[in-house]
Design a protein. Structure first.
Length: 172
């Protein structure tokens, strides 16, 4: 009987440890979103501030969904980016940058503002291992209100988590 309990306990411990190792949620790095303002009076302070708020809001939403967030040093990002939109367009380089902090995925985004009435929250989800785009998302934001920006970020986070759900707990 003691032998059975020991074997059963060892098996339970093994299963628990292996499930913890294999079920770790993928680590996500989120880069600062860039503003692409096409309006007649571009890059006003309010739009710059709104754009700066997107990264922390998205990180918060992804963390609430159970994804560990990793940070990449701003100097490393600046060094990797050859100019505005560069990492958004070069998934392999964004992946290389995120690989340096052991991230599984990286989100590269842009706030595209073609009008005073609306803007598009655009994001690319890149699989760091493959260096390839696995998600291309757009969420429309009508107006510049903080609540509307948050709704756009929440929509974006839902789209990202839907893409990650089948792979959410892949082994590292």
């Amino acid at each position: 009987m003691c032998r059975h309990k020991l074997a059963s306990g060892s098996l339970s411990a093994f299963l628990l440890l292996s499930s913890l190792y294999c079920s770790a949620a993928p680590r996500i790095a989120v880069l600062d979103f860039e503003l692409k303002d096409l309006t007649p009076a571009p890059y006003i302070p309010a739009e710059i501030a709104r754009t700066a708020s997107i990264k922390p809001l998205l990180e918060q939403e992804l963390a609430k969904a159970g994804y560990p967030i990793v940070q990449i040093d701003r100097r490393d990002i600046a060094e990797a980016a050859a100019g505005p939109g560069y990492l958004f367009d070069h998934h392999d380089l964004a992946a290389e940058l995120a690989r340096s902090v052991d991230a599984d995925y990286v989100v590269v985004g842009r706030l595209h503002k073609p009008s005073y009435l609306f803007a598009y929250l655009m994001a690319h989800l890149v699989d760091v291992r493959q260096g390839k785009l696995v998600g291309d998302y757009v969420s429309e934001i009508k107006g510049g209100d903080k609540k509307l920006t948050l709704k756009g970020v929440e929509s974006l986070a839902r789209k990202i988590t839907a893409t990650l759900a089948p792979n959410a707990f892949r082994s590292r």
